[in-house]
Structures are given as C-alpha cells and as structure tokens.
Design a binder for this molecule. Structure first.
Ligand SMILES: *Cc1c(COP(=O)(O)O)cnc(C)c1O
Ligand code: SF4
Length: 379
C-alpha cells in the first residue's frame, strides 16, 4: 500500500478516537469509559502502523498497554509532574543542562505515538502540538555556542523526527558548525512507532553531519518487525550508531525472558542496548512502575547469560543525573585477596595488587565527596 508506507499518511491517520481504536482492538464497555476518562487529562495518539501491532484479543497486550490510555492514569498519589526538575535545569527555555559536558535540546513537543509512560507527559510532550518557534531554537543554539564546554548535544523533545527534513537539517547544520560541539545525538522513537519516517532521504541528510548517533526506544520484542528492521538498517548503513533506551514497565517487559529476547533481537537489527530506565515516579504511571529489585534481578539474568554487547545499563534518572543501578559481583576481601562472584555463582579469589604508596592520584580522577556513601573505601 503506497499510503501506508508514507510517514505523513501515518501521521495524518493517527488513532485518536474510540471508534478508530476499535478497528484494532476489542474494547469492553468499561474499557471505553476508562479510555474516555483518561483522555480528558492526557493526550493520546497512535500511528496506524503501531496500532496494527496490538493483539486484538489480549487485554494485557504489551503494545496496547504502552499506548492506549486507561483510567488507572488518574489514580496515582505518589507521582509528580516533573520528577527530574527539568524546568529548574533549563538555562534557556529548550535546553536542559544537568551535566557540564552535554545537554538535552528539546526542539519539538510532538511524537508519532504518545507513550503512557512518557517522562515529559505533564510538562511538554502531548500538550497541544506545537513546533517550537525559530526564536526559541535560535536562543538554544546560541547558548550552546557560547558554552564551549558543551561537546555533546542530544536532540530530543518530543521527537525531533516529527519535523520535516529541511527544518531538522537547518538545526543540525547550525549545531554541527559550532567547533566545540563534537557529537550530535538524536533521541527518537520513530524507528519503533513510525519506521516509515526513516527514509533514504533522511539518512542521506543525516550522514552529512557525522558523528551523528541515534538512540531509540524499543520496549518489547514484538516491536521488532520487518519495518523496524529496515528503518534501523538504513540508519546503520548511513554510519549512524544506534542505541536503545527502554523503560522497565510493569506487566510489559519486567521479566527476564522478555527483556533478554528484546536485547538479543535488538542486536540482530544492529541496535545496541544502551539503557533500561527505571520508570520515573511520574504522574499517571503508578500501574506501570515496577520494584527496583525486579530490575536488578533482570540485570543479573542478563549479565553473563548473553553477550556483553546485549546487556544495557539499568539506570535511574534523577534531577542530579542518571544513577547506574547494578548488582554487585564483589563479595568482599580476604587478606590481600578480593573475593568475587561469577555470573553463575562461582566464587573467585583474586590476588589484589596493593595501591602504590607515594603515587599521587591523577588530577582528573573524581573523588566522591566526603558525604557520599558510595566511596570505594566501604568495600
Ligand atoms: C540523559 C541525559 C543526557 C545524556 O546522558 P547520557 O548518559 O550521556 O546518555 C544529557 N542531558 C540530560 C539532561 C539527560 O537527561
Ligand atoms: S516517544 Fe518518548 S518523548 Fe514521545 S511520548 Fe514516548 S516517551 Fe515521550
């Protein structure tokens, strides 16, 4: 079908009403009410392509649960609107700066499909669709130019690939021209929810501005379709390293077999698993949040049981930056031996070379602050 493969057709025909949704999934009377109630509060829209992945009869379909709103979003007393305090970290309107050497630059607030777990669902994404004005974008670029310590710019939003190629190119070209910007990264879920967006023309444009990296978000192995595979192949063939940032979601992917299969299938389509995010304590996501212990168990079940390349980092994002949450394989010390544990439970004692006296630490080695409990001395 010619239109189906046209990304603008996919956007123009997004599912935003119950009547349209019922072409893709069966709904009970209660579910219809539930979706209606949630839609007064939160935006929803689903590309026909992504809706087509919904299993019609499965009420707990992992695709459906990510994108079809439910009244459960209205019952969340712990969640807050802006868990990362991003509004406080914006030196100019569209730039979020938490780290000295890199920024997130939010150049739009629209997405092909709105995720129920979206981190910015209250602050930016899915508010009335708008393209941020040229003036605001120019102010962001100026800020990045004037702060030469920023060497890595992550284009995000919203989805930067919602804009037409020429507008996106204009922004990338201006960033690329800044001598202190060494790397441009794009955060986009289009390879997963709108793979038709990844056209040969887009890839040809992007490859002029290398190094360009793209991180996407696949959350379930069922999302890895021939269309997604083709989109990723086009990007990878344009020399764009691909990473995946999945979100750990209750009842969707918070079990080892699903996560392992996802990571392995991503490797097959040339996407390197990069992060698994702990779902933020964010308004309207209580039903999707899962205990950190579950995430740790999944990490234990990945490490060593599959290729290290297929093992992402499990992270919690906070207003102060991302914190890796990792199981420890260090058991303790015996004399001058370090006791370690292999992935499958074997104990290994390793002769531990002594710290040389009188050798000063290299200047750039950051020391944990005195108050930080994670100091390595606690071993
Ligand atoms: C996640 C994030 C980045 C990029 O972080 P990496 O860990 O380098 O991928 C940059 N800025 C902000 C504000 C972020 O939240
Ligand atoms: S694609 Fe990303 S920014 Fe867009 S709705 Fe989903 S999580 Fe939010």
């Amino acid at each position: 079908m010619k239109d189906w493969n046209d990304w603008n057709w996919q956007l123009a025909n997004r599912i935003t009403t119950l009547e349209q949704l019922e072409k893709y999934t069966d709904l009970t009377k209660e579910e219809r009410v539930s979706i209606k109630e949630a839609s007064f509060r939160f935006t929803w829209a689903i590309t026909p392509y992504f809706a087509g992945l919904i299993d019609r009869t499965d009420r707990h379909c992992p695709i459906r649960m990510q994108v079809v709103p439910t009244a459960e979003e209205l019952f969340d007393d712990a969640g807050v609107a802006d868990p990362l305090d991003e509004e406080k970290h914006a030196p100019v309107e569209l730039v979020i700066r938490v780290y000295p050497d890199r920024v997130a630059f939010c150049i739009g607030n629209r997405c092909p499909t709105y995720c129920r777990h979206c981190l910015r669902k209250e602050t930016m994404v899915g508010k009335p669709d708008r393209e941020f004005s040229d003036d605001k974008v120019a102010a962001g670029i100026r800020y990045i130019r004037e702060h030469a310590e920023i060497r890595d710019v992550l284009l995000t939003g919203g989805d930067p690939l919602m804009m037409p190629d020429d507008r996106l190119e204009d922004i990338i070209r201006r960033l690329h021209a800044i001598p202190s910007v060494e790397v441009i990264r794009i955060g986009s879920r289009a390879p997963c929810t709108l793979p038709q967006r990844i056209t040969p023309e887009l890839c040809k444009m992007l490859e002029k501005y290398h190094p360009i990296y793209l991180n996407t978000q696949f959350n379930h192995p069922r999302e890895i379709t021939p269309e997604a595979e083709q989109a990723c192949a086009r990007l990878a063939s344009a020399g764009i390293p691909l990473g995946n940032q999945s979100v750990l979601l209750r009842g969707i992917n918070d079990n080892l077999p699903t996560m392992k299969k996802l990571c392995q299938q991503l490797m097959r389509i040339r996407v390197r698993p990069y992060y698994i995010y702990q779902c933020q304590t964010l308004t309207g996501t209580r039903h999707l949040r899962t205990p950190i212990e579950r995430g740790l168990k999944i990490m234990r079940g990945l490490q060593g049981y599959t290729s290290g390349l297929a093992v992402p980092k499990y992270v919690l994002d906070t207003p102060y930056g991302k914190i890796p949450i990792a199981p420890s394989y260090v058991v303790g010390r015996e004399g001058n031996k370090m006791v370690l544990c292999t992935y499958n439970g074997n104990i290994w004692r390793e002769e531990n070379p002594p710290e040389e006296q009188n050798v000063s630490q290299p200047q750039e080695m950051p020391q944990p602050s005195a108050s930080c409990a994670c100091s390595s001395d606690r071993l």
